[in-house]
Ligand binder design. Sequence first.
Ligand code: PHB
Length: 371
Amino acid sequence: MPKSKLFEPFDLGPTRLANRAVMAPLTRSRATSEGVPKAMHVEYYRQRAGAGLIISEATNISPQGRGYAWTPGIFSDEQVSAWKKVTDAVRAEGGRIFLQLWHVGRISHPDLQLGGAAPVSASAVKPEGQAFTEAGFKPHETPRALEESELPGLVQDYVKATRNARAAGFDGVEVHSANGYLLDQFLRDGTNKREDRYGGSVENRMRFPLEVLDAVIEAWDNDHVGIRISPVTIMGGNNTETDKQGLFNAYVEEIAKRRPIYLHVIEGQTGGDRKQDGFDYEALRQRFDGAYMGNNDYDLDLATKQLETGEVDLICFGKPFISNPDLVTRLSLGAPLNDWDKDTFYGGDEKGYTDYPALTAEEKMRYVQAA
Ligand code: PHB
């Protein structure tokens, strides 16, 4: 067995993780049109409970927060009951699972909104690219800028979603403040053109995301809340922030004061190259006392090295968890990994979802003996 801290337990506050490998939040677009997880979700997450921690796929906090067809929500009783089956199954296997709280903001389409409403954002800045609707891809449209008077209601949607996640048996929640979605749209000057208290200076642009973080922590507590950021990711365009380092140094200092249990950082381009951008992630690490979760294109060697130096506390794996339900076992035995099939990432049924094979008992024995 390769010696690595990756396979050692970690105490995420009150939540004991069996190892330091985290399953990244992964959108799979397989819920019902009403955003309800199905029986295959229970099986999918159960199969992956060998992760030290699972972070659920991004989950809509409200109908307005929805931006992709067949993504799950956490705002209706039916959704809460369905998620409860998932968390029960993960816990029965000794796993731990947080729910990721998602509002996409402008990265939506009227077809995905109640009554065909325009998507909302910090300002009326149209995203590049296309929305994934039930009828296929459709070009994004110009969002409606949120009124200041609407913001407390949005914060309440996060609070309700947090309470629902707790009721559904999750071990905690992750505030999605990354990848060009609503909170990121408030943070960055390319998408936030507001002239009120929520726009302009860095302090003002951080205000709404921090109000959300405060409210989510208040609704549960800081031991059960993490937050995810992606300083250099360009998704949806308009990531023209002139001083990304200054913005994120300031943001992480404010986040740190609130003491969430972890800071989850996508280093480099989401799903792409890591750290080839001159951004100083160590500066963020130094500003945050809690657990630092590193994400993007890790392999066992890099994970082992960075856990050893203390650069990171927890390591996220995304696509490898799609195709390897028993990823941690495979890594620990030095066994080969299954390749993933991109064509089945989004939408569809069990194919490419719950049918990736885990090692059989015989195969496992063979790798144990070879080690
Ligand atoms: C995606 O659907 O590709 C997606 C969703 C949420 C993210 C990033 C990517 O945060």
